[in-house]
Ligand binder design. Structure first.
Ligand code: AMP
Length: 285
């Protein structure tokens, strides 16, 4: 049995715990999450464990990154189970603040990254990345980590946070981690638990469509509209899914491309009922 690890809920407690570690010369790795942990999160924690003396996992369902009609209330929560998984994966500390702790009244300061947030998820989730950047900035200020771990599954988030760190001179290395998938290709996500059995059966269509497009690029296709059509035709095979977007963009600045060259990202978002799933693959051309 794995011993449980401390779960600290206030900024002053986590600061005190980390100040002690830092004074002893320890490096700190931070894994920001919204909890309901799965193997994707655990891969980030293990990567942090391998590279840092102290590993902090933050578990905070950040209200400011949810839109008014999104699933904040229904977002899965399991702090007890998460604590055990964090301990098993080798984390040392959990930071699990309340919304009031993170956004003390009056709260009026926001971090916004322009340019990278207009397309992909930014288009259908206005304000989402402002919430993400604000909470990630706060977590960096609170924990002052040497390294922070982010999943490639949320490719736009990774690009936006990387740009923010460079632009605002946060002294932290952003470490990208590959997408962890179920055996049938579905990218792991806390939201997968909310799919009905019928929706779950159709959800692997995202990765199937992206993989087919990837193979087509490897075979020489460079025309983005042709790849877009291929992806959409495969997504159409899942009648319970409603396409939010299909986008083919440059991997560095997320601008749409007509003809693939260099590093590209092919990304999709599909709604199954109330549940919105995203996935992406990188491909060089
Ligand atoms: P979330 O709890 O969904 O906010 O995710 C917390 C972190 O875990 C983010 O950096 C995500 O990109 C990452 N993550 C979520 N799902 C996966 C996955 N299937 N594979 C790799 N990383 C993931």
């Amino acid at each position: 049995m794995t011993a449980s690890i401390p779960c600290l809920a206030t900024v002053s407690e986590i600061r005190a715990a980390l100040a002690e570690a830092r004074a002893g010369g320890d490096s700190i790795g931070l894994v920001p999450t919204m909890g309901a942990l799965h193997e994707g999160h655990l891969s980030l924690i293990r990567a942090a464990r391998a590279e840092n003396d102290v590993v902090v996992v933050s578990i905070f369902v950040n209200p400011t990154q949810f839109g008014p009609n999104e699933d904040l209330k229904r977002y899965p929560r399991d702090l007890e189970g998460d604590g055990l998984l964090c301990a098993e994966a080798g984390a040392d500390l959990i930071f699990c603040p309340s919304a009031g702790e993170m956004y003390p009244e009056p709260y009026s300061t926001w971090v916004e990254v322009e340019g990278l947030t207009g397309g992909l998820c930014g288009r259908s989730r206005p304000g989402h990345f402002r919430g993400v950047c604000t909470v990630v900035s706060k977590l960096f200020n609170i924990c002052d980590p040497e390294r922070a771990y982010f999943g490639e599954k949320d490719a736009q988030q990774l690009a936006v946070v990387t740009r923010m760190v460079r632009n605002l001179d946060f002294p932290v290395e952003i470490v990208p981690c590959p997408t962890v998938r179920e055996a049938d290709g579905l990218a792991m996500s806390s939201r997968n638990a909310r799919l009905s059995p019928q929706e779950r059966a159709q959800a692997p269509v995202l990765y199937r469509a992206l993989s087919a497009a990837y193979d087509r690029v490897r075979a020489g296709e460079r025309d983005a509209p042709a790849l877009d059509r291929l992806i959409r035709s495969i997504l159409a095979g899942a009648p319970l899914g409603e396409v939010d977007y299909v986008e083919i963009v440059r991997a560095d600045d997320l601008t749409p491309v007509a003809t693939l060259s260099g590093e590209n990202l092919m990304a999709v978002a599909v709604r199954f009922g109330e549940t919105r799933l995203i996935d992406n693959v990188r491909v060089s051309a």
